[in-house]
Ligand binder design. Structure first.
Ligand code: NAD
Length: 368
């Protein structure tokens, strides 16, 4: 444990049943629905994942399917899924899909209190957090509520075989970001940090394997393990600087969630790592390079070749001043380095242009 003996450690864990499998989703979901005693299931699945979801739910008492899933859960979608749950007298919300689908199920649970069984098909990790998000006229609100934490998660590595390489990589880096941000998030603690180390280890060793072979089920299973550990670490530690930057940019400019995380992460790490020796040690341990963790992260990025520029995702460089103002209002007090307006503007400018991420050395004693 790396916390000083003087500082108390506070860690809140969130109860959840998790089933990991490969090719077993249909049986596992049926068994878990029966275990919960549910007889009226509302299935939430985007049109694209609908046939997959119906296959998984073959032996489940589904009373209705909600397919109008949209990224970032707009308010009218939240209302519609709640209405569907009410009109069909559902006793369980079963989501099959990525973070947008899980988020839609969470919107239903937030006001109805219905339990969720989540079957993730990306590495977003929302299934293991009590965090909800809703969007109203370009503004994304998030909150924490134990009612939205799925009671059960059924992971099946084979459901990820259809993910294209680019989305596999960006979504996997979204999972990596949950781990890394946990080292300096507001409620960072030794337990979340330890989960994050193992999460990074799992993700960094398996993501390059699916770039080489997207059908490698063992690698996909290892990524799911890292995804879960990262999401639990994030749930315990809260949103650090990286998540605040992505939350603000994603909400204000509607940028693709996973790709946005991929672009921003190494820039935030380059800023924070010189002021966070504990995080540097842990990143080094997880990437098997205690001497140059930032170099090891850069090597991982070279191997994965994710998107590098926010401009390519749709952010205009003309927006950098406004984006900086928006982000600056959200910088967590817990951040290991003092973040000035100029530093953030520089960071966002580099991320927007797709400049190579760099370590930004400390300049003096007031820099951290
Ligand atoms: P997504 O759910 O929008 O999915 C992206 C695309 O991938 C969609 O077109 C979807 O149809 C497709 N897809 C999903 N599974 C697939 C599969 N197996 N094969 C092929 N295509 C597939 O994107 P996401 O990155 O998974 O989730 C992003 C959302 O999740 C954001 O709204 C974000 O805020 C939220 N999120 C929330 C939390 C939380 O803790 N609350 C954590 C992470 C992400």
């Amino acid at each position: 444990m790396t916390a000083s003996p003087q500082s108390p450690v506070v860690y809140e864990s969130w109860g959840q049943r998790v089933v990991f499998g490969s090719g077993t989703a249909q049986d596992d979901v049926a068994a878990e629905v029966a275990r919960l005693g549910s007889t009226r299931v509302l299935l939430v699945a985007a049109e694209r994942e609908r046939s997959l979801a119906e296959r998984i739910c073959k032996n489940v008492p589904v009373v209705a399917t909600f397919g109008a899933v949209m990224p970032h859960v707009p308010g009218d979608v939240a209302e519609a899924v709640r209405t569907a749950a009410r009109e069909h007298a559902a006793d369980l919300v079963l989501s099959v899909g990525g973070g947008s689908t899980t988020g839609t199920a969470k919107a239903a649970a937030l006001t109805t209190g219905l339990p969720i069984l989540a079957v993730p098909t990306t590495y977003a990790g929302s299934e293991a957090t009590p965090v909800w998000g809703l969007t109203e006229v370009g503004h994304k609100r998030t909150g924490i509520d134990p009612r939205v934490l799925p009671q059960v998660v059924v992971y099946d590595a084979t459901l990820m075989l259809s993910l294209p390489t680019r989305l596999s990589v960006t979504s996997g880096l979204n999972a990596l970001a949950h781990c890394v941000d946990a080292w300096w998030a507001p409620r960072h603690n030794p337990i979340s940090s330890a989960l994050a180390v193992e999460g990074v280890r799992s993700l960094a060793s398996s993501l390059p394997r699916i770039v080489a072979d997207g059908q490698d089920v063992h690698a996909r299973r290892d990524i799911l393990f890292g995804t879960y550990l990262g999401a639990v670490a994030f749930a315990g530690a809260g949103s650090g600087l990286h998540h605040k930057v992505c939350h603000v940019l994603g909400g204000a400019y509607d940028l693709e969630h996973a790709a946005l995380h991929s672009v921003v992460l190494p820039h935030v790490v380059g800023l924070n790592l010189p002021a966070a020796p504990g995080a540097a040690r842990q990143l080094g341990a997880a990437l098997d390079d205690g001497t140059d963790p930032f170099g090891a992260l850069s090597d991982l990025y070279s191997a994965l070749d994710p998107p590098r520029s926010l401009r390519d995702l749709g952010l205009s460089e003309r927006e950098i001043d406004r984006a900086t103002d928006l982000v600056m209002a959200q910088v967590p007090d817990s951040n290991p380095r003092r973040v000035t307006h100029d530093k953030m503007r520089e960071l966002l400018g580099r991320a927007c242009r797709g400049d190579t991420p760099v370590l930004i050395p400390l300049t003096n004693s007031t820099d951290s």
